[in-house]
Design a protein around this ligand. Sequence first.
Ligand SMILES: NC(=O)c1ccc[n+]([C@@H]2O[C@H](COP(=O)([O-])OP(=O)(O)OC[C@H]3O[C@@H](n4cnc5c(N)ncnc54)[C@H](OP(=O)(O)O)[C@@H]3O)[C@@H](O)[C@H]2O)c1
Length: 303
Amino acid sequence: MEVGFVGLGNMGLPMARNLLRAGHRVRAWNRTPERVEALVADGAQRAASPAEAAGAGVVFTMLADDAATLAVLGGPDGLLAGLPKGGIHVAASTLGVPFSRRLAELHRERGQQYVAAPVFGRPAVAEQGGLRVVVAGPVEAVERVRPLFRALGPEVFVVGDAAYLAHAVKLAGNFVMTSMMEALCESLVLVEKTGVERERFAEVLNAIFRSPLVESYCGLLLERRFEQPAFRFRLGLKDIRLVLETADETTTPLPLADLIRQHALEGMARGMGELDFTALLRIVEAHAGVDGRTEAAQGEPPR
Ligand SMILES: NC(=O)c1ccc[n+]([C@@H]2O[C@H](COP(=O)([O-])OP(=O)(O)OC[C@H]3O[C@@H](n4cnc5c(N)ncnc54)[C@H](OP(=O)(O)O)[C@@H]3O)[C@@H](O)[C@H]2O)c1
């Protein structure tokens, strides 16, 4: 299949590469053009604009957020102008529910199709073709693009025929993961303050939960590779804001999400936006008065 791909960040690049590996022809565009080069070396065609990428008839977007997606839509070089009638926009980013509804409307007005397909899994999982794809959109459009999802991961969950439903599921899933991370950060600090090594506690947790996700987050929090962002801190704040936006819209109290948003805001205020979101641990440590000691013990400069 011929497919356009717009947005080659931490997630978009490995996803587009897997589409190529699966034998699809990829036309790629990225705001920072240098990022397209690696993919061209793998056999992709460089698109001069989002419109040219969308000319493929099916186009993925994997951009930071609602604003970034909006930025590639409009004007003569935009995705909306380039996507033919009946063409399909597959939005794989984590977007807000109201914005996802608006996208559906914009495409409907132009006789185009829109499928939401946000993904679970960090960049390393994307590289291995191990993403979980949550899909929603008109049945016929979903079936047309389903073969593309096989290149991205082993499991596809179709959650409805209104596209925004997939974004609602993705946001709720992210809320669970972020809450787990907050609890892991707090409990790692707690056990350490009582005199138990964090690593020993993580062994116990992994035995209890036997969850690849818990194991992966425990590993990330112990390794403290905050300076190598696989999921940027500012995107973590974006996601929790979108969770709360949906909570407001549906009158659903989410006190835990409020707390996490405050911690994420504090991280932004401390200039942590470009770190990995697991740097949330620094905020929890700072509240417990152990930040300086822990950073020094880990051999990282205190900040
Ligand atoms: N990283 C993860 O673990 C993960 C997992 C699941 C889902 N997600 C979601 O997937 C999406 C992408 O995440 P990522 O980690 O790949 O982010 P990222 O590495 O920060 O990449 C962001 C992409 O958006 C582009 N972009 C940002 N603002 C733009 C604008 N105004 N106009 C045009 N392009 C713009 C960037 O272009 P430049 O290269 O020019 O900056 C880049 O291609 C996000 O919605 C995120 O929440 C991430």
